[in-house]
Design a binder for this molecule. Structure first.
Ligand code: UDP
Ligand code: MG
Length: 325
């Protein structure tokens, strides 16, 4: 019986502490799934080294030498989590039937992969891993994440609630994802846009096994903002609506002031004028900033720069052409 070939895509950035702990777990899972007759024995674990500054790449190379299930690619520099996952998925798309992307820190429950593969065998082309419990995340992280999903939805970006980048995608869907050529990648928003039959599988999120998170508040905010502006232009509609609202209020105030002036009375209050000027100045600058973000993004998109550059693969020999002397 033909069984699907699975490639597990694992982005790694400065993960020398955690990789030796989680790599055997991934291998064990692949073996379990193979023994259970669910996936082909030609399945692989693809590590994507995202330009790490530590020993991550040499650990990946050692793993690849030890067991043929481990393979790796190396990005020429650090490009961020989203680009690393995309690089892995694009590398996998013509060589397997299904991919599962997962972080390498052990936070995403590997055991959910069984149910993901089951869902695929039942006909789903995309299976989103959804975090059921997040008690291991701090209150602050949970609060900011919740606000982020709500804001995204309100602003027209359709993302699966509590889903990060732990998901199964079939090679069929990946062929179409490859046609999405944007340089600013936000996979959580892009994958649902491809369509096809999808479902969710819930799992509990655990603590990082070692090392520390690469997503401090600043990066999380940037990811949220990038997500919203990548998927929706609603913020522009919103500023137009705010502008219209303030124009209306302004008109009423103007009529009131003119009528008072005609009646020979002056409208009192230096404070009110200053407040209004400051408020409107602020709103105008924010609006310009939002517009500027879209213009900046358009500018960057028009350059069509590569989204990732792969400098090495564990299954290819390093080539250097020296002249004989
Ligand atoms: N990661 C990456 N490139 C980066 C930052 C992170 O490939 O520039 C990887 C990292 O090695 C991990 C995953 O992305 O496998 C998620 O990162 P992290 O665990 O730091 O984020 P958190 O789970 O705290 O949101
Ligand atoms: Mg993590």
């Amino acid at each position: 019986m033909a069984r699907p070939i699975l490639w597990i895509v694992v982005p790694c950035y400065n993960e020398e502490q955690v990789l030796p702990l989680t790599a055997p777990m991934f291998l064990q899972k692949v073996q379990e799934l193979t023994d259970g007759g669910k996936i082909s024995k030609n399945s692989r674990i693809l590590f994507v080294n995202d330009g790490s500054a530590d020993k991550t790449w040499s650990i990946i190379r050692e793993l690849a030498e030890k067991d043929e299930h481990y393979i790796g690619i190396c990005q020429s520099r650090n490009r961020g989590h989203q680009n690393a996952v995309l690089a892995g998925l694009m590398e996998a798309k013509d060589r397997c039937d299904i991919t599962i992307s997962i972080d390498c820190d052990g936070q995403d429950d590997i055991n959910a992969m069984d149910r993901m593969v089951d869902e695929y065998l039942d006909g789903a082309e995309i299976v989103y891993g959804v975090r059921a419990k997040r008690d291991t995340d701090s209150f602050f992280k949970r609060f900011t994440a919740e606000t982020f999903y709500k804001l995204m939805k309100t602003l027209g970006a359709d993302v699966v609630f509590n889903h990060a980048d732990y998901r199964l995608i079939s090679a069929k869907v990946l062929q179409h994802l490859a046609d999405f050529e944007e340089v600013n990648i936000f996979l959580r928003g892009m994958v649902p846009l491809v369509g096809f039959k999808s479902t969710t599988v819930s799992y509990d999120r655990a603590e990082r096994l070692a090392g520390k998170s690469h997503y401090p508040l600043r990066k999380m905010l940037a990811l949220a903002f990038n997500g919203i502006t990548s998927l929706s232009v609603k913020p522009i509609t919103l500023i137009t609506a705010i502008g219209a609202g303030f124009s209306f209020i302004g008109l009423i105030l103007m009529i009131w002031a003119v009528v008072k002036a005609i009646l020979g009375q002056t409208v009192a209050g230096w404070a009110s004028t200053v407040c209004i000027v400051c408020l409107l100045g602020g709103i105008q600058l924010i609006s310009m900033g939002i517009l500027g973000q879209y213009i900046g993004k358009t500018y960057l998109e028009t350059k069509h720069r590569p989204r990732y550059i792969i400098s090495a693969r564990t299954w290819e020999a390093e080539t250097r052409h020296y002249l004989e002397d």
